[in-house]
Design a protein around this ligand. Structure first.
Ligand code: DX5
Ligand code: ZN
Length: 241
């Protein structure tokens, strides 16, 4: 899976897929009154991906954005759109998010009875597929789909809101998933409460895609915040490799 959407870089070597640190700001913490400008701003500030949180008020106790907003944001950045579906059911909406310009679509293992079918649907639409698990779900729940995915998203908060405290209880799960993945070209993404301090801890455990909402948007210096998370995670990842 190439890092950036339209750079033309070919598939990355296994080492890079495991070790390169990817920063994906969550636009849930952006100013919703000017989302297009905010996407441009984090792009200019050096992010690698754009993390888009989709919530339906059912799977999680919050409501955010739909495919039309993804479509409206697409022209504002050529970076990879990392779309996190916290909706149940998810299958009826996957095609709309694919057509709206998503590059990577992640569904929750808890969202419905047919995870394998949802992943096949994402792949059939020519998109990259990810699976996410909440803090209450054991990693064994996704072992049977490892050969069908490009990314595992480990929630390090209970999904539904930005600005929550990081759950250290999820660090061992990241290490277990890194072991479970073995030599497969699968990235581990973490989401929730990511700061330079927690980024170092999850990177040491095996994660390399850092989603950060409040960690990037707080204080308004996006470039400085992105660089601080990247530096902390890269040091820890290099030390663990
Ligand atoms: C929560 C979302 C996260 C959230 C992260 O359910 O999936 O992406 O926006 O926000 P922070 O980094 O502030 O915890
Ligand atoms: Zn998210």
């Amino acid at each position: 899976m190439s890092v950036t959407r339209r750079s033309g870089q070919g598939p990355m070597a296994q080492g890079s897929i495991v070790n390169d640190i990817i920063i994906a700001p969550s636009i849930l913490s952006a100013d919703f009154a000017k989302l297009g400008e905010e996407v441009k701003a984090i792009d200019r500030a050096g992010c690698d991906w754009i993390h888009v949180d989709v919530m339906d008020g059912h799977f999680v106790p919050n409501i955010t954005i739909g495919p039309d907003v993804v479509k409206a944001l697409r022209p504002h950045s050529s970076k990879l759109f990392d779309v996190h579906l916290m909706i149940a059911p998810c299958d009826p909406f996957i095609e709309a998010f694919a057509k709206a310009g998503s590059d990577l679509i992640t569904v929750h293992a808890e969202a419905g009875p047919h995870l394998d079918r949802s992943l096949q649907l994402i792949k059939s639409l020519g998109k990259k597929a990810g699976v996410s698990i909440t803090p209450s779900t054991h990693e064994s729940a996704i072992e049977y789909v490892l050969d069908k995915i490009d990314l595992v998203l480990v929630m390090t908060v209970n999904p539904g809101f930005g600005g929550q405290a990081f759950l250290p209880s999820q660090i061992d799960k990241i290490a277990a998933i890194r072991k479970m993945i073995g030599a497969r070209p699968i990235r581990i993404e973490v989401d929730g409460g990511i700061t330079p301090e927690t980024a170092a801890r999850v990177a040491a455990a095996g994660a390399n895609v850092m989603v950060a909402g409040s960690g990037v948007f707080k204080g308004g210096n996006y470039a400085e915040n992105i660089a601080a998370i990247r530096a902390a995670a890269s040091r820890a990842r290099a030390a663990a490799a």
